[in-house]
Ligand binder design. Structure first.
Ligand code: PMT
Length: 418
């Protein structure tokens, strides 16, 4: 087993137009300290040249099965040295090969001979993605322990719009780094998953479900240049949006000011203040099956914000604050409310405050986290409070937790319906 701290992946490219995104993906991974060895199929070389990938990674690109590395066993050697193989883009054809255990070129042979986890980022036309054969193959891969990243919905190279578009490089890099951090037995034994095997076989569990999510902080203006806000980064809410998209949901994300890339496939409504967030939620809540309030909404706003910069003086300055509307309580008390999920960040007495909040807000599920651990960080630890009691989601990266939370929501909604 390799002893170095740095993670190493094999980045496999197959022949799709999304191959151009692999160049940026390689760059982002390298920037985060991940060593990248590129392997390309012959078809991939028609979309992006090995020279580009070699120049970016500083390593010769593997294309030909018959090129010797050390002992002519490139398919064995390369996968042994890797913490994971990531195929991005993965065409319908390549996914089919993987599902059937075919090994007729270097990349497919590498995948079959691997002892490390395999992650696959599908990229194809929407009809190819929706085809029963592709869906069967994807489910088979998940049963085999392969992690599927995406795809998402959007405008495709063919001009059509729909599901099948490869995730953006930024999103894939986030996923891959999170996966590498979360994997416990990297580079050894059977593939390690961030989710229990089969859980993501439910890619259609939320097909057609509209989910409205709030995320990030709000900013309440004091004057033209100053305001009251908090340290929420939006990472938890954006991860929840990603996890919901992965399950096929139609996601509207009402986001306070953050520095995060927008989740591909979500309708993002940017807002600044709590009042704007409230208006956006009111506007988009009709037809939503689920509402998840992850945002750290300011409880108060300035009664009379100044349109000009307030000038410094020797006098005492008193700001009058007015309470903001409670967005979650509004949604939960609609005549036909969606399934409502609230979050609570507490600095002490997490259990006590969370239980009180769930009752006060009249919601089926409340997600509690410790403010000092949760705000701004990449990792978190959650306790879910529902009618059956509490469920701890141990410390992990936020996307992993968001996926587990979405599975819990799926389960609760199924129980309500049956
Ligand atoms: O963004 P990150 O850096 O990733 O951090 C994530 C987080 C810590 C912000 C997130 O996990 C979290 O806990 N969010 C809720 C923060 C909070 O404590 O909210 P609250 O206790 O003020 O409100 C409880 C619930 O009511 C929340 O779902 C909130 O969105 C909602 N609320 C609150 C006030 C208000 N006026 N309107 C609301 O909808």
């Amino acid at each position: 087993m390799r002893q170095t701290q740095a993670k190493r992946i094999v980045l496999g490219l197959t022949g799709g137009i999304a191959a151009y995104k692999a160049a940026e993906l390689a760059r982002l991974l390298l920037k985060q300290g991940v060593e990248v060895q590129v392997a390309m199929t012959e078809a991939a070389c028609h979309f992006i040249t090995p020279a580009t990938m070699q120049a970016l990674t500083g390593r010769p690109v593997l294309v030909n099965q018959w090129d010797a590395i050390t002992n002519g066993m490139a398919h064995i050697d390369t996968s042994r040295a890797a913490d994971a193989i990531v195929v991005a883009p993965a065409t319908a054809d390549f996914i089919s090969k993987l599902a059937h255990g075919l090994a007729d070129d270097l990349l497919s042979t590498l995948c079959l001979a691997r002892v490390c986890p395999l992650l696959v980022a599908p990229a194809m036309n929407k009809q190819m993605w929706a085809h029963a054969a592709t869906q069967r193959n994807v489910v088979q891969l998940e049963r085999d322990g392969v992690t599927i990243l995406g795809p998402c919905s959007g405008v495709q190279a063919c001009g059509e719009e729909g599901m099948g578009r490869m995730l953006e490089a930024e999103e894939l890099a986030l996923d891959i780094v999170a996966f590498l951090q979360g994997s416990k037995s990297l580079n050894g034994g059977s593939p390690t998953l961030t989710l229990p095997q089969g859980e993501r076989g439910s890619i259609h569990k939320m097909d057609g479900v509209r989910i409205l999510i709030t995320a990030g902080p709000t900013y309440e203006a004091i004057d033209a240049v100053r305001g009251i806000t908090n340290r929420s980064s939006g990472k938890m809410g954006y991860a929840v949006a990603r996890a919901a998209l992965e399950l096929g949901a139609q996601v509207t994300l009402v986001s306070g000011p953050t520095a995060l890339p927008k989740p591909q496939g979500a309708q993002v409504v940017d807002v600044t203040s709590a009042a704007e967030m409230f208006e956006a939620v009111k506007q988009h809540v009709a037809g939503a099956g689920i509402f998840i309030g992850v945002a750290a909404v300011a409880d108060y706003r300035i009664a009379q914000p100044s349109t000009q910069k307030i000038k410094k003086s020797a006098d005492k300055l008193t700001l009058e604050l007015l309470p903001n509307p409670d967005i979650l309580a509004y949604v939960a008390n609609l005549p036909k409310p969606p399934f409502c999920v609230g979050f609570a960040a507490e600095s002490e007495n997490l259990h006590g405050h969370a239980k009180t909040k769930r009752k006060a807000k009249n919601i089926p599920l409340l997600v509690a986290n410790l403010a000092q651990q949760a705000i701004g960080s990449d990792e978190n630890e959650l306790i879910l409070f529902d009618d059956t009691g509490e469920h701890v989601l141990p410390r992990a990266d936020k996307l992993t937790l968001a996926r587990q939370l979405m599975q819990h929501i799926v389960m609760l909604r199924t129980n309500i319906k049956t």
